[in-house]
Design a protein around this ligand. Sequence first.
Ligand code: PDD
Length: 284
Amino acid sequence: MYVYLDDRLVPADDAKVSVFDHGFLYGDGVYETMRAYSGVVLMLDEHIKRLFRSASMIGLDIKKDAGTVKTAIYKTLDTNLLKNAYIRLTVSRGYGSIGLDPELCKEATFVIFANEFRAYPEEYYEKGIKLIIAETRRNLKEALNPQIKSLNFLNNILAKIEAKGKGAYEALMLNSKGNLTEGTISNLFFVSNNTLCTPSIDCGILDGITRNVVISLAKKKGIAVKEDKFGKEDLYNASGVFITNSTMEIMPVCQVDEVEYTVGNITKLLHTAYKANVREYIKN
Ligand code: PDD
């Protein structure tokens, strides 16, 4: 396996980052997770746009343009002979002496690695997965905006630990006002009175790329979409629930806390539409 490090591909064993890297010391950096289908990186422009937005929100200069980043991603896939892949692109503040001042780091560290895509078990899609609503609240958007896809993941990890402790796959977090936000690595959708509901961006969530695709597919299919503030009870009373991200696509949910759900028709219809959309995308 070859890893893209700074400006070249190196064997994985040589892909090393300093212990003085501020990504390691402070979680100071940003990242993107992408998925390639048949050699095509889905929604690549959108991922790159969000990468640069995250970097700009933390005052991080990647010192590469979008074209160079794209080329680096495809080089990583080609060198590793990958067509269907999980891709992780990480940019940290870089090497620097101890201290929070970003100017201590002269050059960002830029890393891309990709692996053969490992599909989630088919059973998860057929039956759904179990979620909890965590006690851990989502970072306040006024403190650390979830729209920054940052390396600083402890908020999500604390919620994930709660999920694991309760035998659940994913944890949903409320914001400080008690509104639903998102999962630790996913966005949330649920169906209520045939309307597709999802927490709005201002609840303090990452504007997931899959989320945007799902919203536009739903609208195209004539399904009403409501982006709004919702509470726990709205979710408990839903007729169907699913979560989304770039690797899992649309993942049905069979349980949130003590409430059980079946995999609903809207969930199935949207996943079929999503897969068709992927096929269309990779053709063009
Ligand atoms: N996670 N919300 C959070 C907190 C996330 O970390 C992610 C993605 C999403 C969904 O975003 P998208 O649809 O653009 O993948 C929502 C990725 C998959 C990860 O952490 O690896």
